[in-house]
Design a protein around this ligand. Structure first.
Ligand SMILES: Cc1ncc(C[n+]2csc(CCOP(=O)(O)OP(=O)(O)O)c2C)c(N)n1
Ligand code: SF4
Ligand SMILES: [Mg+2]
Length: 235
C-alpha cells in the first residue's frame, strides 16, 4: 500500500497557512485507517484548501464552488464500496453549498464532509462569508460584519448528521485522529477544521476552545456552541 500519498506538485499556499497541516492530517488519517488510495475518492470545492486536489495522490474530483457534497453523494451512490470524502471551505460548504450540506445531513448520506473554516472567502481575497464572526472587518465588511455567523455544525445538528466534530488545524494529532474516526463512521460525518487564514483573518489566529471528553447524547446540548472542540456527537 502507498504510505506516502504525495504527488510531484508542491503546495502553493502562503507560508504558515493551515492547509499544510490539514493536508498532512488527511494523508495520515487515510494511512491510519489502512485505506488503499484506489478505494478513496475526495471531491473538492473551489478555494485555497481545495487546491489540495493537486497535492494528494488519490482519486480526486475538482467540482464547482459549493458543489463538492452533491458530487460526493453521486460517487457514493454509484459505488457504495468507496470511501468518499467531500472537502470545502466555509464559503463553499456553509455559504454557496449550504443547501447541499443540509440535505446530505438530513439523509444521513454515508460520506465525510471536511470543512476548512478560515471564516472568509480566502482565495478571492478575504470577502466575508456566512461563517464570518460578527464584528470582523473584512474586504466586504469594512465597518465590521453586522451578522451572526452560521456554523456548519449547527446546520448539520438540526438536519440530522450522525457524526459531528470540530478541531483546530494547529493540533495535527487530534485533527488526524478525528478525521480518521469520521471516515470510519457509517452515515453522514462532518468535521469542521478551524483554520484561520494568516493573510485575511490574522486576528483570529489563536482560536480558543474547550475540548469535550465524551460526545454529547443530545443534539440541543451543543447547538450554538462554537467554542467546543472534539467529537461532539457520534450516533
Ligand atoms: C459560483 C461561484 N461563485 C464565486 C466563485 C469565485 N470563488 C472562487 S474561490 C472563492 C472563495 C472560496 O472560499 P472558501 O470556500 O471559504 O475557500 P477558501 O478559499 O477560504 O479556502 C470564490 C468566491 C466561483 N468560483 N464560483
Ligand atoms: S490566503 Fe489564507 S487560506 Fe489562502 S493560502 Fe494564504 S493563508 Fe492559506
Ligand atoms: Mg474560507
Amino acid at each position: 500500500m502507498n504510505t506516502d500519498l504525495s504527488t510531484p506538485n508542491l503546495p502553493t499556499w502562503c507560508p504558515g497557512c493551515g492547509g499544510y497541516s490539514f493536508l498532512t492530517a488527511v494523508k495520515k488519517a487515510i494511512i491510519k485507517n489502512n485505506l488503499a488510495p484506489k478505494d478513496v475518492v475526495i471531491t473538492y470545492d473551489i478555494g485555497c484548501s481545495a487546491n489540495m486536489v493537486n497535492f494528494i495522490n488519490l482519486c480526486g474530483f475538482a467540482t464547482l464552488h459549493g458543489r463538492s457534497i452533491p458530487v460526493a453523494v453521486g460517487v457514493k451512490t454509484a459505488n457504495p464500496k468507496l470511501t468518499v470524502i467531500a472537502q470545502g471551505g466555509d464559503g463553499g460548504i456553509v455559504s454557496e453549498g449550504g443547501n447541499h450540506l443540509v440535505h446530505a445531513s438530513q439523509r444521513n448520506d454515508d460520506i465525510t464532509v471536511l470543512v476548512n473554516n478560515n471564516y472568509v472567502f480566502a482565495l478571492t481575497t478575504g470577502q466575508a462569508s456566512s461563517a464570518t464572526p460578527k464584528g470582523l472587518k473584512t474586504r466586504t465588511t469594512l465597518q465590521g460584519n453586522p451578522f451572526e455567523p452560521l456554523s456548519a455544525i449547527d446546520l448539520a445538528v438540526v438536519s440530522g448528521g450522525s457524526f459531528l466534530a470540530r478541531t483546530p488545524v494547529s493540533d495535527l494529532n487530534k485533527t488526524t485522529e478525528i478525521i480518521a474516526k469520521a471516515i470510519e463512521h457509517k452515515g453522514f460525518s462532518l468535521v469542521e477544521i478551524i483554520q484561520p487564514c494568516v493573510i485575511w483573518t490574522k486576528e483570529l489566529l489563536k482560536p480558543s476552545g474547550q475540548w469535550v471528553k465524551e460526545p454529547f447524547t443530545k443534539r440541543e446540548s451543543f447547538l450554538g456552541r462554537h467554542d467546543l472542540w472534539g467529537i461532539l456527537y457520534n450516533k
